[in-house]
Design a binder for this molecule. Structure first.
Ligand code: NIG
Ligand code: FE
Length: 420
């Protein structure tokens, strides 16, 4: 049997958005629902989606791996479009301080935060980061993630930034999950450049970025644009250079204060602006107008005890919202998709349909792959999940619980929950 030839039949429903570009505003509410559905995948690519009787009339089951969905719901695989999953060490002490009232920035300004993870990541061998990364990807897969974005940014030197990106490249070959790599050399100013942010930016521009681009180690360039970290001007300078090298752009924008990151992302036609807890009305208008995906990270706001981003306002004002976990060792050490769904639907007032689009097609758009993943329709990769229940509405309803039973990647069953 050819690898990636699969028929999934007898789904109570196949629920998906349709299209090859992000959904903006009210479009985020639209999902197609095929009852008693079946999907045919050939050599990893979706060939046909229809109801089961039509599919079985037309295709010879003996030529395919056949999965009986047994009256359960099928959705596209989730795209976690913002993570920092390659890192050494942990920061559980800092989290305990935050619970006692310290803020994320207080800890950073005292010399803690990101630079602690930088020390541990510099000290970790490539093999160690690879093994850690693999375990973390296994956990993501269990939650139904079939594509993940991963950032560098815990090296802040030539050797370790490249090491992080190379580890992700190797993991991409080895693991079922596809990995989209982002260069985040401008994540913090390392101790050796303390007080000389401009020189650090010059170092990134002259010595690291050209190598990352030449070796094709990252598709995207990102910056932590924040008061006390990288200013609007410094971020613009680096991102413009990255654009010259043919890289696509992302931005950690307006997370802690309203600095104008969403406006900058719009000006530079970035693919996404992320966090956005303090995005201004003007920034939101700009993102909608310039087709920048607004990536919201509810678990981070939750772990920082900050107010959530204004998802409802953004969607009502025409933005394309994506949801991602921001999995990292500091601001939010969680890759929990169910927690994210719960926060987005219960506290951010997104409808269930909107959360699904935000985790599938809009997530795909946030990593520049809306043409090949994010929906269940002919021509897209055969990346799908089968839930434990017969309706997608169980996603926020079975609150905080993982209800992904099976995961299919490129038409191959890559994960099955025990006792499913
Ligand atoms: O997206 N805000 C900046 N970067 C990460 C946190 C990284 C860390 O604390 O280690 C974020 O929240
Ligand atoms: Fe982040």
């Amino acid at each position: 049997m050819v690898k990636g030839n699969m028929i999934i039949k007898n789904a109570s429903e196949i629920v998906t958005s349709i299209g090859k570009t992000a959904k903006f505003g009210a479009e985020m509410q639209e999902l197609k629902r095929i009852e008693n559905g079946a999907v045919v995948v050939e050599e990893g690519v979706i060939k046909e989606v229809n109801n089961t009787s039509e599919i079985l009339k037309k295709y010879d089951e003996s030529k395919y791996e056949v999965i009986d969905a047994g009256g359960k719901s099928i959705l596209p695989g989730f795209v976690d479009s913002h993570t920092h999953f390659i890192f050494g060490g942990y920061r559980e002490e800092e989290f305990s301080w935050r619970l006692r009232g310290d803020s994320y920035m207080d800890i950073m300004n005292r010399g803690g935060g990101i630079v602690n993870t930088v020390r541990d990541t510099r000290n970790a061998s490539k093999e160690c980061l690879f093994e850690l990364g693999k375990k973390r990807l296994d956990s993501m897969l269990e939650f139904g993630v079939t594509t993940v974005e991963g950032k560098s940014g815990y090296g802040l030197d030539y050797r370790t930034e490249l090491k992080q990106l190379e580890v992700m490249k190797e993991l991409d070959c080895e693991h079922a999950i596809d990995i989209v790599r982002t260069f985040l050399g401008a994540h913090a100013v390392p101790n050796e450049y303390k007080g000389s942010t401009d020189m650090y930016i010059e170092f990134l521009i002259n010595e690291v970025l050209p190598v990352v681009a030449k070796k094709n180690l990252a598709e995207f360039c990102d910056v932590f644009c924040e008061e006390g970290v990288f200013s609007i001007e410094e971020s613009r300078k680096l991102l413009l250079k990255a654009k010259e090298f043919g890289m696509k752009l992302k931005l950690h924008a307006d997370e802690i204060v309203e600095l104008g990151g969403s406006e900058l992302a719009s000006e530079l036609k970035a693919v996404s602006a992320d966090h956005l807890l303090h995005a201004s009305d003007k920034g939101i208008e700009d993102m909608a107008k310039n087709r920048v995906v607004s990536t919201l990270l509810p678990t981070t706001a939750f772990c920082l005890k900050e107010p959530f981003a204004r998802a409802r306002y953004m969607i009502d004002n025409g933005c394309a919202v994506a949801l991602a976990t921001d999995f990292n060792p500091g601001s939010g050490f969680t890759n929990s998709i169910p927690l994210m769904f719960a926060l987005a639907s219960i506290y951010m007032n997104m409808t269930i349909e909107e959360t699904i689009v935000a985790m599938t097609l809009n997530g795909a758009a946030a990593v520049g792959r809306a043409d090949s993943i994010g929906t269940i329709e002919p021509g897209k990769k055969g990346d799908m999940i089968i839930l434990d229940y017969n309706s997608y509405k169980f996603l926020p309803y079975h609150t905080g619980v993982n209800i992904v039973g099976k995961v299919i990647k490129n038409g191959v069953l890559v994960h099955q929950k025990q006792n499913f």
